[in-house]
Design a protein around this ligand. Structure first.
Ligand code: SF4
Ligand code: SF4
Length: 537
């Protein structure tokens, strides 16, 4: 077997190790590592069960949250127009809507409620997923810090929705919230006094309820905009294979288990029995069972932890960000189009005539993924320059070094028909494939590989090329751009003349070593038999 190409000592070493560290940490046997492993296995099981990542809701949590928010807004607008939001008329109008217009108003009311439950669940899962995989530091800090307040705003708005109904559950929630707020030294007069006398529950108080339930979502829109604004091409709608089941599930719940009002609020009575929404209103029984002070301590503690996470010391140094070489930048904008984090802007070229532009990298936004280098036309290994310098590159994992590694690997391989395996560092490591004729090369992301390297490897003596990337791309678009470039649907594309039967593409997570060993064996068998097939795991 060819000795695996070592990256230690090479300029590519530090960055590759730094970026590989979170994946390596995922393999450690600490509790977070086990949780990450469990989550990854659950995602893969769902992929298999649902027929692919496109239909897997766990891979589209952020987009599902946006869809649910849109459903909440749409159903909420109808409900707001149809119900009476005064203290005296709220319960009656909502109850009548549910009974007399069950086919529209009643269904929309139920969809609204179930969508709120699902919204909170989905953003909690989204937060957990991003936190588990350490996606809160560096270039992701902004998205994390703008995402945390969204959770609070969603909960406030959801709880406020119960008050508008003004049944016994709404009464209980409003009083419990007032008592919770009274535990803070904010108000000179206790808010809970508003609920001692029925006369105090006026239309003015209901205006406050309306503000909480309708005004807070307006803040939510702004917060969501901030949360997404540093992403290039933010995905705000899930694929149809996910959106349709989510919509149908809400509709089925609304029809099978319609949401109904509990008896109207009566301040003189203590409700004997309440059907509590434990998911949205769990804070109230918790405060009843313990104390408002403890609930505040838990809430503020959780908030402080979430806000502090991005500032905790790193185990590994951050990787160097991408750099532009003006002499090799033609201003073609491909890197600008492909950067997943909007880290690139086009600025006037300092060395050329007016009207010429070049790329510029915002270091605060750069994820050091190298996808821009994979997009740059000057990254082609066919250039004759002794030292290959790309228009844009990762200083610690340059394209020129990859070409040298490839050349050395092919020259040093004793097998007559070697296979070159380009692998993403977060996927199953191509270095673990025990094959004597394999030349393994690792990149930060498979999207950082210019497709021309496939052709170059084949022309330089490789019998075949295996490409390995992780299933859910760490850098958002590495997988999509790679597939489109190989299909010829996105620049820079793999030339049509490159024989596809000598190429295999396998998606495999870090622990799926057997899958890439199989892919390598199948490619070898195919090369020996001449059968045409493009693998895609
Ligand atoms: S390495 Fe390139 S593609 Fe990746 S975030 Fe930085 S500028 Fe964008
Ligand atoms: S892809 Fe390369 S040549 Fe094109 S703008 Fe970016 S750095 Fe310049």
């Amino acid at each position: 077997m060819t000795a695996p190409l070592r990256i230690d000592g090479h300029p590519a070493g530090p960055a590759l190790r730094a970026l590989a560290a979170p994946a390596a940490a995922g393999r450690r046997s600490d509790w977070a590592g086990r949780l990450r492993g469990g989550w990854t296995r659950a995602e893969r099981s769902l992929d298999r069960w649902l027929g692919g990542a496109q239909a897997n809701p766990l891979r589209h949590l952020g987009a599902i949250a946006c869809l649910l928010f849109a459903l909440l807004v749409a159903s909420g607008i109808y409900l707001y127009a149809a119900i009476d939001t005064s203290a005296g008329g709220a319960w009656t109008s909502i109850d009548r809507l549910s009974r007399e217009q069950w086919y529209l108003g009643g269904v929309l009311r139920s969809v609204h409620r179930y969508a709120a439950d699902a919204f909170v669940l989905v953003i909690a899962l989204h937060l957990l997923r991003e936190g588990l995989f350490g996606r809160f530091r560096g270039f992701r800090r902004f998205s994390w810090l703008t995402g945390v307040p969204l959770v609070g705003l969603v909960m406030v708005s959801a709880i406020g929705g119960f008050w508008l109904n003004w049944d016994q559950l709404g009464q209980y929630s409003a009083m419990a919230t007032a008592e919770l707020l009274d535990a803070l030294p904010l108000f000179t007069t206790p808010l809970a006094r508003n609920f001692l006398d029925p006369a105090a529950v006026s239309d003015r108080l209901f205006s406050l309820f309306v503000f909480v339930h309708l005004g807070v979502p307006l803040l939510l829109v702004f917060a969501l905009w901030f949360h997404l604004q540093r992403l290039s091409r933010p995905v705000v709608l899930p694929p149809r294979a996910v959106a349709l089941p989510v919509g149908l599930m809400l509709l089925a719940l609304a029809l099978l288990q319609p949401v109904t009002s509990q008896p109207p609020a009566a301040l003189a009575q203590v409700p004997a029995r309440l059907a509590l929404d434990w998911w949205l209103l769990a804070l109230h029984p918790l405060a009843d069972a313990t104390s408002p002070a403890l609930v505040w301590a838990l809430l503020l503690g959780a908030l402080a932890l979430l806000v502090a996470l991005p500032f905790l010391p790193r185990r590994v140094a951050a990787a160097a960000v991408a750099e532009v070489d003006p002499a090799n930048c033609s201003g073609c904008r491909r890197c600008f189009d492909d950067c997943p984090y909007g880290a690139i802007t086009m600025v006037p070229h300092p060395q050329r005539r007016a009207g010429h532009f070049m790329a510029e990298v915002d270091a605060d936004l750069c994820a050091s993924c190298g996808i821009c280098a994979g997009a740059c036309p000057s990254s082609t290994p066919f250039r004759r320059a002794q030292r290959l310098v790309s228009g844009i590159d990762l200083p610690s994992a340059p394209i020129g070094a990859l070409r040298e590694q490839l050349q050395r690997g092919l020259q040093g391989c004793a097998a007559p028909r070697p296979i070159v395996a380009f692998g993403c560092e977060r996927a199953a490591s191509v270095r673990t494939i025990a094959a004597p004729d394999l030349v393994p090369l690792e990149l930060v992301c498979l999207g950082a590989l210019p497709p021309s390297f496939v052709e170059y490897a084949l022309r330089d003596g490789a019998a075949g090329v295996l490409l390995v990337g992780c299933r859910g791309c760490e850098f958002r678009f590495g997988r999509s751009w790679t597939e489109l470039r190989l299909q010829g649907a996105r620049e820079p594309h793999l030339r049509a003349s490159v024989p596809r039967d000598r190429l295999a593409l396998q998606w495999a997570d870090a622990d799926e070593r057997a899958a890439i060993a199989d892919a390598s064996a199948r490619l070898r068998a195919r090369l020996n038999t001449g059968c045409e097939e493009l693998l895609d795991g």
